[in-house]
Design a protein around this ligand. Sequence first.
Ligand code: GAR
Length: 194
Amino acid sequence: MTSFAVLISGRGTNMAAIARAASQGKIEARLEFVASDNPKAAGLKIAGEMGYPTEILDYGKEGRSGAERQLAGLCSLKRVEWIVLAGFMRILSPEFVAAHRGRIVNIHPSLLPSFPGRDGIGDAWKYGVKITGVTVHLVDQGIDSGPILAQKAVPVRPSDTLESLEKRIHRAEHGLYWKTLAALFSGASVSERS
Ligand code: GAR
């Protein structure tokens, strides 16, 4: 059985949906640990309450290279094969990405390649798109780029506010991410568009 780690920076609702699916046996892989660059991330508490080990990545002391050395060390110690980014708001270095090529997965709250960056939902909303959505992709050395594994469209309704749109996007993420990981980890070819 393969194994993975989840990296978060904040609320961790995607991590929680993935962890729940893993603990229910819907993902055939072991979640070895949940790590965050932010010691105050609410998701760390949730992961701990769910019984998963948590780690803080220390970007403060030695910067990105130190934190990535720490992360690489944890992954090799715990024999983690996949790194799952779930609202992890740091850019991984090209060297780290190259060393884990094809083994890092990310979710982004827009239909990439539209609206990459920190505020995919807000940027799509401000642009006035009528359809947005979520994307799960492999990480390459760009920002929110890399081969797309799955996408789900979320229509913007005339009655939407930014908040109501955000809610539907998060709901779409919580369904799409674990299903995509389940297929990826089982070696199936992944492609979902709806
Ligand atoms: C999610 O919407 C995720 O798609 C986004 O951060 C949020 C984290 O929420 N990621 C990005 O924007 C990456 N560029 P969560 O902590 O509740 O899972």
